[in-house]
Design a protein around this ligand. Structure first.
Ligand code: HEM
Length: 518
């Protein structure tokens, strides 16, 4: 432990480590069998040797973590200091956002949430993690699609900068002008789809899922997936969801996932994840966003190997599908939930948009529409926990607290977005705090649904355009409300944290042309 495993990263080498141990044990077994004729004794010698090897290795790890570790002065659950499996167990129901909230309530601002991990719960947490001038790199979790890589998953800060140019072109103002009429068309399809249910309950989780995937298909591959028109979920969406569900509890022990990818590619969740990658592989040969990724693929010829270029290309497509669709879906479901719960806010939006021709700049300047979107992203951020980093060689100073070098750090968004030190009445849905009541925001830095700095969401403009258009167009056509026999608590009670937020079921009814709410 002290000679080898304590140094560096091992998560990508688990198959080799396992194989090495199997060979070592087997060789030892054979050697003992030459010197021991008595079979019973032979077995007992081997078992004692293996037992003492593994026992001393794990005792050394445990004693070091509990009594000698650099983070031992930080408060936190005792078991969390001993093993990351504490976290796996606590978040087994995919409610990591609640686990983090409890941990903050019990232990304060800096909490040791893993043997080598500190979670920061103060308004500038996002800046400390991702803001300008920090030396942090991405945590080992981002190797989850390795050897594929892309903007989101790239751990090397310099390479990340290089990868950014293809994405910047894909979301440039020029590209956005091209996407806008196509999104508007899709939003029209969504409104027709919702309207086709007449006053029967609509399961918004499905409709918003069809829309967000279709619009991601439009951006990334130049063609929607036809889900809204067919009112049918494509298998790849279900596969992605199952894969993320499978990954969620083992997010914090990424070596377990990597081992699954290597040894058990046939198992359900692993197979689903590999199918999502295959789907993106097949689609990435067309136009639009992938056009820029393909250009990058050709540009790197001569500089990088074919395998590397293929991995970047497919990694980019996976990023677009995973980062772009599920986040937007979660945001839309949550917005509709708040609007059905507080119809007075829907009415205010209608009065803003009723004479609008649905142009992006006009929508961006509507205070209540944007107040509702911000307020929803604050209370239910689509990345409920958000990314994690590893401190650089100089560690991280936070006021007078020192977090040593090479420590994993997180700043869970759900908790930071509800800090009483950042927001007055933090649990309340008050869209006006974003325009006419600024006194309700104490520290704006705590609000970071799209993250900050070099790693912030590059699809922010696209997603805001989608959210504004969808809300404006649908509210202009329909009044929305919960069906009588639907329990609104379902959406919140069943909300899970599966890399992206997965809201519980939301049923809604729409009434044609009744935008006069009172
Ligand atoms: C409401 C919708 C969205 C939210 C809340 C959101 C949130 C985020 C967050 C928090 C990050 C940082 C992730 C990290 O630190 O690991 C991120 C990164 C990213 N997002 Fe989004 N996102 C949204 C929509 C989109 C869309 C529509 C796209 C694609 C067009 C997209 C593409 C990306 C990419 C490529 C990155 C990586 C950026 C980088 O590392 O430089 N996102 N997003």
């Amino acid at each position: 432990h002290n000679g080898i495993f304590i140094n560096g990263e091992w998560h990508l080498r688990v198959p080799q480590i396992l194989l090495g141990h199997i060979i070592l044990f087997y060789t030892f077994w054979l050697l003992v069998s030459y010197t021991q004729n008595d079979e019973k004794k032979h077995h007992s010698v081997c078992i004692r040797m293996f037992g003492s090897y593994l026992g001393s290795l794990f005792s050394s790890i445990l004693i070091y973590r509990l009594f000698f570790h650099r983070l031992k002065r930080f408060p936190g659950p005792r078991l969390a200091a001993a093993t990351k499996f504490w976290h796996v167990w606590e978040s087994r129901n995919s409610t990591n956002y609640l686990v983090m909230q409890k941990v903050h309530q019990n232990y304060g601002t800096f909490v040791r949430t893993g043997p080598n991990e500190i979670s920061i719960f103060q308004p500038n947490g996002h800046e400390l993690l991702d803001g300008a001038k920090n030396e942090n790199i991405r945590d080992v979790w981002y190797d989850v699609v390795y050897p594929r890589t892309s903007l989101v998953f790239n751990r090397d800060n310099e390479e990340h900068r290089d990868r950014k140019s293809a994405w910047s072109q894909a979301v440039s103002a020029k590209s956005m002008r091209e996407y806008e009429p196509r999104i508007l068309q899709l939003v029209g399809d969504v409104a027709d789809c919702i309207g086709s249910y007449a006053s029967k309950p609509v399961k918004m989780n499905d409709v918003m899922s069809w829309f967000s995937f279709d619009s991601m298909g439009e951006f990334a591959f130049g063609k929607d997936f036809g889900m809204i028109r067919a009112k049918k979920t494509q298998p790849v969406v279900q596969q992605q969801r199952r894969a993320l569900k499978m990954l969620t509890p083992i997010n914090d022990v990424i070596w377990v996932a990597r081992t699954g990818f290597t040894f058990f590619p046939f198992l359900g969740g692993v197979r689903d994840w590999l199918n999502v990658a295959k789907f993106c592989d097949e689609k990435t040969d067309k136009v639009d966003m992938s056009k820029y990724f393909i250009e990058e693929y050709h540009r790197l010829r001569g500089e990088k190997s074919l395998k590397y270029r293929e991995n970047v290309l497919v990694g980019n497509a996976i990023s677009a599908v995973v980062a772009g669709s599920d986040t937007t879906r979660a945001a839309l479901i949550s917005i509709w939930w708040f609007l059905a719960k507080y119809p007075e806010h829907a009415e205010k939006i209608v009065s803003e948009v009723k004479d609008s021709d649905m142009e992006s700049n006009a929508l961006a300047s509507m205070p209540h529409l944007n107040g509702v979107i911000n307020q929803t992203l604050r209370l239910i951020p689509p990345a409920l926990t958000g990314g994690s980093g590893i401190t650089g060689p100089n560690g991280l100073w936070v006021d007078d607290v020192w977090i040593p070098a090479h420590t994993k750090v997180t700043a869970p968004k759900y908790v930071l977005h509800r800090l009483p030190s950042a927001f007055v009445k933090p649990e309340e849905f008050i869209p006006e705090r974003w325009y006419s009541r600024p006194e309700l925001i104490i520290d704006r830095r705590a609000f970071s649904p799209f993250s900050v700095g070099a790693r912030q969401c590059i699809g922010k403009a696209i997603s805001l355009l989608e959210l504004r258009l969808t809300v404006a167009v649908i509210l202009k056509r329909f009044k929305v409300q919960f069906p009588v026999d639907y329990d609104p608590a379902t959406m919140i009670d069943d909300l899970t944290d599966e890399v992206t937020a997965q809201p519980g079921d939301l049923l809604m009814e729409v009434i044609f042309g009744s935008w006069k709410y009172s």
